[in-house]
Design a protein around this ligand. Structure first.
Ligand code: HEC
Ligand code: HEC
Length: 183
């Protein structure tokens, strides 16, 4: 992922050199080529690089950080960026990564749509990741310590086809699960 982000950054660097001076045109898309915000303005988490380097190619991140959308709506928005606004079709893994990021941090999910997961750091990751394959009821009925949850995650990855987690995401999930669904 790091090398993909680097490649995109390199491509963007090239685009910057070729872009006309900002005053030459006043469209949002071109004005946003001026890097007026930093990646650190976006909340940390898996997918931040992909979103930053992909979306910032055309417009300011304010264009999307002010939105509050459901996951389906983010999905539709990504499709619209490709179909209507000329965004390159992301690789499937990059699309999932960006969708997870956007729907985690810029979500409109009301409290009663979390299938009963209590609020806390890691909730979004558990919700979107685990509910992709099965009901959260089978997660919530378990009471395991961190080691037990770690084994469950390994089992999901090795036997059930769950994607391998980045360290940061895995830690957040483990802490969330063992805090709320401990022994
Ligand atoms: C190739 C250029 C391009 C890329 C890449 C791009 N966009 Fe856009 N986006 C546009 C254009 C053009 C508009 C329309 C701008 C306007 O209407 O002012 C737009 C508008 C938007 C809007 C406002 C849409 C609305 O209906 O209110 C959002 C939100 C948005 N983009 C999010 C994103 C996100 C998130 C990404 C990265 C996954 C992204 N865009 C990547 C070109 C792009
Ligand atoms: C790619 C699909 C997939 C994903 C993603 C996934 N699971 Fe599963 N999970 C399964 C399948 C399939 C089973 C049923 C396996 C069986 O019973 O043989 C299962 C079963 C379970 C069980 C039941 C174990 C038992 O003893 O009954 C738990 C607990 C569980 N998953 C936790 C999780 C958690 C927590 C996550 C998110 C971090 C997650 N799963 C994500 C596919 C998935």
């Amino acid at each position: 992922m790091r090398s993909a982000a680097f490649l995109i950054a390199a491509l963007l660097g090239g685009a910057l050199l070729l872009a006309p001076p900002p005053q030459a045109s006043a469209t949002d898309a071109e004005a946003a080529v001026t890097p007026e915000s930093e990646i650190n303005d976006l909340p940390p988490g898996p997918g931040r690089d992909a979103v930053y380097y992909t979306c910032r190619a055309c417009h300011s991140d304010k264009q999307f950080t002010q939105q509050r959308l459901s996951r389906d709506e983010w999905d539709e928005l990504l499709t619209a960026m490709v179909r209507e606004n000329g965004m390159a079709e992301p690789e499937p893994w990059a699309r999932t990564l960006m969708l997870n990021y956007l729907s985690t941090h810029f979500s409109d999910l009301p409290e009663d749509e979390w299938q009963g997961l209590p609020p806390g750091h890691g909730r979004e990751e558990v919700f979107y990741l685990c509910a992709a394959c099965h009901s959260l009821a089978i997660v919530k009925q378990q009471g395991l310590d961190q080691d037990g949850w770690a084994e469950t995650l390994d089992w999901m990855v090795e036997e059930q086809g769950m994607p391998e987690l980045e360290t940061e995401e895995r830690t957040a999930i483990l802490e969330y699960l063992s805090t709320h669904y401990g022994p």
